[in-house]
Design a protein around this ligand. Structure first.
Ligand SMILES: *[C@@H]1O[C@H](CO)[C@@H](O)[C@H](O)[C@H]1NC(C)=O
Ligand SMILES: *[C@@H]1O[C@H](CO)[C@@H](O)[C@H](O)[C@H]1NC(C)=O
Ligand SMILES: *[C@@H]1O[C@H](CO)[C@@H](O)[C@H](O)[C@H]1NC(C)=O
Length: 190
C-alpha cells in the first residue's frame, strides 16, 4: 500500500514537471508572429584606433611568448576588444550613427585574418536602438571582404544578411583604420 502511494506520488511529480515544461515551451512559441519580410541597405564607416591615448580597440590576450606591437599587431591567437564608432561619412568628425562593440580574434596561422563577434548598435535615425550581430571571418588585407550578419535587435530582430567591406584608409603609424560598410539586411515589419 505504501509502495503504491510512493509510485503514485512519483507519477504525479513527473506529470507536473512534464506539464510545466510543456507550458514553458508553448509560451515561447505560440504568440510571436513575424511581419512581412523586407530588405534594408545600410551604408556607414567604421573607425578604429589601436594605439595612442584613447584607443577604440585594445588587446586583452595573446599567446605566451608572442609580442604584439606596431609591426606585429595581430599574431595568431591575439584577442582584441573593440568599441568603435560608426559614422555617416569617412571623415573622423563625420556624424556618428552607431557603435561597434565586441571582440575579434586573430584566427589564422597562415595569414592576417580575424574572426569578429560584434554588435553593431545604431544610435540615430530610423534604426536608433536597433542593432546587427556579426559573426564572421574577415581577411583584413584583402581589398573586399564579406561578413555574415546573423541576427539583430529591435527593428532588426531575426535579421539575416551580409556586409561588404572595403578598407577606406589605413595609417599603420597611427594605428588608425577606416572601413566602408555596405550592408544588406533581410528583416521583418514589426
Ligand atoms: C616589435 O617586436 C619585434 C620583436 O621583438 C621587434 O623586432 C620589432 O622591432 C618591434 N617593432 C616595433 C615597432 O616596436
Ligand atoms: C536615440 O534613442 C535614444 C533612446 O530612446 C534617445 O535618447 C536618443 O535621443 C535618440 N537619438 C537620436 C539621434 O534620435
Ligand atoms: C599617419 O599618422 C601619423 C601620426 O598621427 C601622421 O603623422 C601621418 O601624417 C599620417 N599619415 C597619413 C598618410 O595620413
Amino acid at each position: 500500500m505504501i509502495r503504491l502511494m510512493e509510485v503514485n506520488l512519483h507519477h504525479h511529480l513527473l506529470l507536473l514537471l512534464l506539464l510545466l515544461t510543456l507550458s514553458l515551451f508553448s509560451q515561447g512559441h505560440a504568440h510571436y508572429h513575424l511581419g512581412k519580410e523586407k530588405v534594408t541597405h545600410l551604408h556607414f564607416y567604421y573607425h578604429e584606433t589601436i594605439r595612442g591615448d584613447n584607443p577604440s580597440a585594445v588587446v586583452v590576450a595573446h599567446p605566451k611568448d608572442t609580442i604584439v606591437n606596431a609591426s606585429n599587431p595581430g599574431p595568431f591567437g591575439t584577442v582584441y576588444v573593440v568599441d568603435d564608432l560608426l559614422t555617416e561619412g569617412p571623415e573622423p568628425d563625420s556624424k556618428v550613427v552607431g557603435q561597434a562593440q565586441g571582440l575579434y580574434v586573430s584566427a589564422s596561422r597562415q595569414r592576417t585574418l580575424i574572426v569578429l563577434v560584434i554588435d553593431y548598435g545604431f544610435t540615430s535615425g530610423e534604426f536608433n536602438g536597433s542593432s546587427l550581430s556579426v559573426l564572421s571571418r574577415n581577411p583584413v588585407t584583402e581589398s573586399e571582404r564579406e561578413l555574415a550578419v546573423v541576427g539583430g535587435r529591435g527593428k532588426f530582430r531575426m535579421a539575416r544578411g551580409f556586409a561588404n567591406l572595403k578598407t577606406y584608409s589605413l595609417n599603420a603609424t597611427a594605428g588608425v583604420v577606416i572601413v566602408e560598410y555596405h550592408v544588406t539586411v533581410f528583416h521583418y515589419d514589426q
